[in-house]
Write a protein that binds this ligand. Structure first.
Ligand code: TYM
Length: 332
């Protein structure tokens, strides 16, 4: 059976980008794959969260994964820091990651700009830790959004480099996976690129927000004065709203507004109202589940414990193989 691994940093509430970029593909895969899904709490240390925020965010994401349909019986749902084998393999893999390639990573360059005062070594070697998350379970596939494509490429580089250096075949070369065949980039509402939490309060649509703020955000999204010529190309801000609509609305709804855009009769107020209505309809049942799960500490603790056990078993096997391969052989 093929293996799939994916993870999310616990930096707050999950948004539509997380769901459509990663979780949705994962939900399909958990039925037929040996599936690992985790909360990347070690990764999130690069931004120095307070202990309270960190713990609260891990709990939030755990409840959200479950509410979205992750089944802890079918897949292994775990917290990264519960698996110390990951940190051990990370130390080893760091020896084969070169400064030049790490400095060239797009996410590192972006962080150097956005958190100038906190350019720590963890940011630099972030792609190595991410590679280890994937390689420690010998994953074949990794459901991620388009923003993670380069990290996957680096993961393959590290897998190949290790295999070559030690003349082994211990690591498969994992492929990015998306259910449509194309990696997804969910746009945000403020047109700064992908939907993201760091894009400001108005950019992302969160599952665990109430209806009112979400509705307001959508209605506030910037549009323009409307199409002037039939069948003209849509400017980015409008295309982004159509892209969001195609995720949450029926095909026929999207087609109706598309036709209205093309014959210049579209009214953006109605368009956004429909987008808001369909978004809220999509989110509501998941949000109710998130809220119920967040207050069920006993269940969350059972899930985390079961996940840690299963993830450690798999990680330990790989680590033991690696230790043998590199020459850490016991004298006692
Ligand atoms: P993170 O926490 O930023 O995002 C988690 C997942 O959500 C996807 N995503 C998006 N997809 C499409 N459009 C968007 N606007 C959007 N925003 C977020 C991301 O592509 C990602 O799949 N480095 C990773 C976490 C990680 C990981 C791993 C993932 C650590 N180790 C091993 C896979 C395998 C990250 O920061 O994702």
């Amino acid at each position: 059976m093929k293996t799939v691994v994916s993870g999310i940093r616990p930096t707050g509430k999950l948004h539509l980008g997380n769901y459509f970029g990663a979780v949705r593909s994962f939900l399909e895969m958990q039925e037929n794959y040996n599936a690992y899904f985790f909360i990347a709490d070690i990764h999130s240390l690069t931004t120095h969260p307070t202990p309270e925020d960190l713990h609260g965010n891990v709990k939030q994401v755990l409840a959200e994964y479950l509410a979205m349909g992750l089944d802890p019986e079918k897949s292994t749902l775990f917290i990264q820091s519960d698996v110390p084998e990951i940190s051990e393999l990370y130390t080893i893999m760091n020896m084969n990651a070169y400064l030049g390639e790490l400095e060239r990573s797009a996410s590192f360059k972006e962080k150097v700009k956005s958190q100038r005062n906190n350019v720590n070594a963890g940011l630099l070697t972030y792609p190595v830790l991410m590679a280890v998350d994937i390689l420690v379970h010998k994953a074949d596939f990794v459901p991620v959004g388009k923003d993670q494509e380069q990290h996957l490429e680096m993961t393959r580089t590290y897998a190949k480099r290790f295999n070559h250096m030690y003349k082994s075949e211990v690591f498969p070369e994992p492929q990015a996976y998306s259910h449509s065949g194309k990696l997804v980039k969910v746009p945000g509402l403020t047109n700064q690129g992908k939907m993201s939490k760091s894009g400001g309060e108005n950019d992302a649509i969160f599952f665990d927000d109430d209806d009112k703020p979400t509705h307001k955000k959508i209605m506030r999204a910037v549009t323009d004065s409307g199409p002037e010529k039939p069948n003209q190309d849509k400017p980015e801000a409008i295309q982004n709203l159509f892209d969001l609509m195609s995720l949450v609305s029926d095909e026929s709804t999207v087609a109706t507004f598309d036709a209205a855009y093309n014959d210049c009769s579209i009214r953006y107020g109605d368009f956004k109202k429909q987008l808001s209505e369909d978004t809220l309809k999509f989110i509501a049942p998941i949000r109710e589940k998130i809220r119920a799960l967040k207050s069920d500490d006993a269940y969350l603790s059972k899930v985390a414990e079961l996940g840690a056990e299963k993830a450690r078993e798999s990680a330990r096997k790989t680590l033991e193989e690696v230790l043998q391969i590199i020459g850490f052989r016991k004298f006692y």
